[in-house]
Write a protein of this length. Structure first.
Length: 448
């Protein structure tokens, strides 16, 4: 057997790479983690962490405005966002990782062969290798866009201050979250979406309610519109829109591109190794293993959903499979996520539309409004709804929750699904009063 430098090389220190590395050292393995930027990846520096910091600050200001006029200095806001991001990063700094037993190397890694990577001219070998290179903001080929200083999630948090007005192109999670946060901070926001609604893949009823909330807070929404050209005009930009064949022009100080992500597959020599992939992602099996048995891939380079928590569990699954002599479970397709607007929109499994397409009328739907929770009422946060969809045996096949702390509430639904319990079991557990959990316990009393 060849003597390799490491048991495992992990390329990329985002959520997938960090979790994989920590899992491997916990198993006593010799691990090298290679990262071209800084540990934490997109989530820490330009995704989950700074966006949630901005959202939280905007929420506090929004609530305070109910009682008094407030002067907002977005320069102070943006500096606070960066400060909070740096604080959050302390838990995954190079020093912390090395103290955990991980060998860390800053540099760009690319494959030489199936057991060797080159980092800045030096060849390093390992028994196993994990690709966790993450994703970047997708920038469309729109005429004139590259002639403007457009924003993405990767540079907006570097701004000294927020613009006075902004066009947000794209109404997925990133677009919806940042549009609301900026509007609450006094920015004039116009959100543009090519589909007929924001968050078009989510439950239609929940999205309709959330849309009205965003509009009431000052976000202008233009749906069914395709951006065809961007023009720089003095110190602002114009976006030319095609709306059912009708051409319209809107303007703002800047434009934020929020049209999703693309996997970072370039430059690491995947083609030379003949690793199977599409133009969007690396192809893996349920254990995150590529067609080359000792090379695995996790996180945004795999998908299908680009969430940090998915990358984390994929990284742990890959390591357990490569080093365990026992049979382990592969990746589940039971995904869960939250869009962190206010109120939050959390989702697991099928929407009502998807459930009807798959099961016909052989489903039970439990639904209630957040006003069913006394806690939501006294907190003045009763805008929202919860919907749980069950099969004929009462097992959960999908749920959508729009409301305060929806991201936490969806966890209870996930536990029912994990342990294969009927939805009606939820009401048997004692829940403290008054809490938002009343929303879920009242659901079980609802009709179809």
């Amino acid at each position: 057997m060849l003597d390799y430098d490491y048991d495992l090389i992990v390329i990329g220190a985002g959520a997938g790479g960090l979790n994989a590395s920590l899992e491997a050292v916990a198993l006593g393995k010799n691990v090298l983690l290679v990262e071209k930027f800084r540990p934490g990846g997109e989530c820490t520096w330009s995704g989950c962490i700074p966006s949630k910091a901005l959202i939280q600050i905007a929420d506090e200001i929004h609530n305070a405005k109910k009682y008094s006029e407030i002067s907002i200095d977005t320069k102070e806001v943006m500096e606070k966002v960066r400060q909070l991001t740096r604080t959050a990063h302390e838990g995954e700094s190079v020093t912390v990782l090395r103290n955990e037993g991980i060998n860390y190397l800053n540099g760009f890694a690319k494959f030489v062969n199936e057991n060797t990577v080159e980092v800045d001219g030096k060849n390093i070998t390992a028994t196993n290798i994990i690709i966790s290179t993450g994703s970047s903001a997708f920038v469309p080929d729109i005429k004139g866009l590259n002639n403007t200083d457009f924003l993405t999630n990767e540079n907006i948090f570097k701004l000294e201050k927020l613009p006075e007005s902004i066009i947000v192109l794209g109404a997925g999670a990133i677009g919806a979250e940042l549009s609301q946060a900026m509007a609450r901070l006094g920015v004039i926001v116009t959100m543009v979406e090519m589909e007929n609604s924001i968050l078009y893949k989510e439950d239609k009823e929940a999205v309709a309610l959330l849309t009205n909330i965003l509009i009431s807070e000052g976000v202008k929404i233009i749906s069914g519109a395709k951006g065809t050209e961007v023009r720089k005009v003095d110190n602002s930009v114009e976006l030319i829109l095609d709306i059912d064949g009708k051409i319209e022009t809107i303007g703002a100080e800047n434009i934020l591109i929020a049209l999703g992500r693309k996997a970072n597959l370039e430059g690491i020599n995947l083609d030379e190794l003949e690793i199977e992939k599409t133009n969007k992602n690396i192809i893996v099996n349920e254990f995150m293993q590529t067609n080359i048995s000792n090379i695995y891939a996790v996180g945004d380079v795999v998908g299908p959903y680009l969430f940090s928590h998915m990358g984390g569990i994929q990284g742990r699954t890959a390591v357990r499979h490569m080093f365990s002599s026992n049979k382990i479970s592969g990746m589940t397709k039971d995904y869960v996520w939250t869009t962190f607007t206010h109120p939050e929109l959390a989702r697991t499994g099928l929407t009502e539309k998807e459930a009807r397409e798959e099961y016909g009328d052989n489903i039970n739907i439990y639904k209630t409004n957040f006003s069913s929770s006394d806690r939501a009422v006294v907190d003045a946060k009763s805008q929202g709804l919860a919907k749980v969809i069950c099969d004929s045996e009462g097992k959960v096949i999908g749920a959508s929750i729009l409301g305060e702390r929806a991201g936490e509430l969806i966890g209870e639904i996930q536990l029912l699904k994990l342990f294969n319990q009927p939805f009606t079991k939820l009401v048997e557990a004692i829940h403290p009063y008054p809490t938002y959990s009343e929303v879920l316990t009242s659901l079980s009393k609802s009709s179809k």
